[in-house]
Design a protein around this ligand. Sequence first.
Ligand code: 3HC
Length: 702
Amino acid sequence: MTEVVHYEVRQHVAVVTLDNPPVNALSVGKGVLQGILDHVKAAEHDPDVRLILLIGAGRNFSGGADITEFGKPPVPGMATLRDVLAYLDTVTKPIAAAIAGPTMGGGLELALGAHWRCALTGAQIGLPEVKLGILPGAGGTQRLPRLIGVEAALPMIVGGDPVTTERALELGIVDDIVTGDLRAAAVAWAAKLVKDGRASVRRASAMAAALPDGVEADAFFAQARERVAKEWRGYPAPLECVACVEAAVKQPFAAGLRFERERFEHLVATDESRALRHAFFAERAAGKVDGLPDDTPVRSIRSVAVIGAGTMGGGIAMNFVNVGIPVKLVERAPDALQRGLATIAKNYAATVAKGRLAQDEMDRRMALLTPVDDIAQLGDVDLVVEAVFEEMEVKQAIFRALDAVAKPAAILATNTSTLDIDAIAAVTQRPGDVIGLHFFSPANVMKLLEIVRGARTAPDVIATAMKLAKTIRKVGVLVGVCDGFVGNRMVAAYFREAAFLLEEGASPQQVDRALEAFGFAMGPFRVGDLAGLDIGWAIRKRQAATRDPNERYAAAADRLCEAGRFGQKTGAGWYRYEPGRRDPIPDPEVDAIIVQTAAEAGIARREIGDAEIVERCVLQLVNVGAELLDEGVAQRASDIDIVYLFGYGFPRYRGGPMFHADLVGLPNVVAAMERYRASVGAWWTPAAGLARRAAEGGRFGG
Ligand code: 3HC
């Protein structure tokens, strides 16, 4: 077994080095914690040692407990993090920790078990457990409030966001900042602590968790609970975090620790925590492309052109200039080009006004934008993203022009959300360089980027696009060509089912309320009103000629549009809106349209329960997701979950539609679908892969 913890004594400092790449996770099974315990014990008994220094090899101290070990049985004979921390609290020599890079969760808790801490500049220091649906379970909720006070500790524990080295110094998490080579600097710092006689034993566990002067504990925590319950609807962990910090204030250390442990054990077994852990690993898996070797070369993207200065094109351009990549913004009509630039400037100015962007940074970004009125001027850019009207002929004409001017090895991308990338690539002499980059609106905000590989897209173009997603801080998911790709193809089935539910007896507000209670950021009809109902209407009118007349078709949305109800922008859609207010108001006119269209379709309306609404809408997502896996459009089920978490407001604490189906149990999913097939219609036939997995007792898995 490779040694995962090293030990050496330098200048009377026992240096205990964690060496478990890539992030020095505190693995029980690999013996990281046992190694720390053994070496600290040796140091405690070594007369030459005057201080024990914990440090990480590589770029960081520790990314925390090994998340892959959660829910697994204990490993006999191997120390846990709690064992290590309990022992540290008995050590009679001063202990120091050298924090660097991401120092997270159990990693920070280990450092909090030391008596002195230095941190290298550039570290990220935090307790992100709450993001995994748990809480710091190795004393973090008890030691941090004791060390830095309750007011500063609570948001770190409840919110889970890391702080910088400098902020950690201000807060009192670290005692000193070091720079340069971590190991040399930290050993020198520790040796100086000893030499100066500063090094004492000061255990956080022996301190009191203080509230600000004059603040009464019960009132403080009641307020915190109220705030957290509102902000974290559906998430069980944040409220438990508050309870643990309260215990740090009100109970002795040992009792607080026991309480924390019990709440941790409870949370780790919840579906929400399993879902959030799934989301963590799914996000990382999404960055990997099956069959694409790690050493696939990537092309360098130092300049970009975006064709189309509308809402989408402008938002796309912002992503690149935000990270310092210059963009040529292309639009033939000068007024449209100026309007596009003005919209971008307005967006940035709003962020500046909120104090979230400095004016000079806005100026720097705007200066990276060059307005261009002719594709002929794109001969020097590394990447072109076409974001014009969703019309095949228009896009093909642009790609023909690009093919003639773009330099060799430039990547030619389309932002199409529905069209066949291969048909676009086919008009060029370089289909290998063509790829889809499907941004989601608003493109400067939404984290999801569907990266659509065509049949002939070159491997290095795919690798470049995956890397580019990270550069522009998006979550890139690789998908294949089909109508709507992953996200929009699934959402079409979801919207369609929601519309059928209206015909059968539900109201828009009931459907929205039920799905929002499930955890969606917004129900489908509120989403429709926000996005504008005219877009879907235009598409449906184009498709009308090819529609199968025997297929069920919900006509209410068309009727709304015929009545000029395009959503929020016209003051009416599925709801009515009053000037200056965004909250939707249920509208009897809409109810009348729904009743009318149901009668025309010969559908008898009935009472529909919220559970049926949620089940039908979500299982439609699951079934289309299963089809996409069957067809190979999605690489893996967890990628579909990521598309839904980052692009469609699916509640993260439910892990995504495919994970949700696994939790429900695939035989139960199939049984529900068979019921709906009998009672509602033939479109409820389970996809082949779903039926197969259910029959075999399988899951969608990762
Ligand atoms: N356990 C197991 N694996 C981990 C891990 C952890 N704590 N942290 C990271 N990894 C793995 C990742 O899955 C990834 O694996 P892969 O290469 O096979 O996909 C690899 O390490 C590298 O991770 P990233 O790609 O995320 O690397 P980055 O450099 O982008 O980020 C990081 C590093 C900031 C540490 C980030 O990985 C992270 O946020 N990790 C999780 C931190 C966390 O939540 N810690 C708390 C754990 S729970 C805990 O400590 C419980 C305790 O209170 C008892």
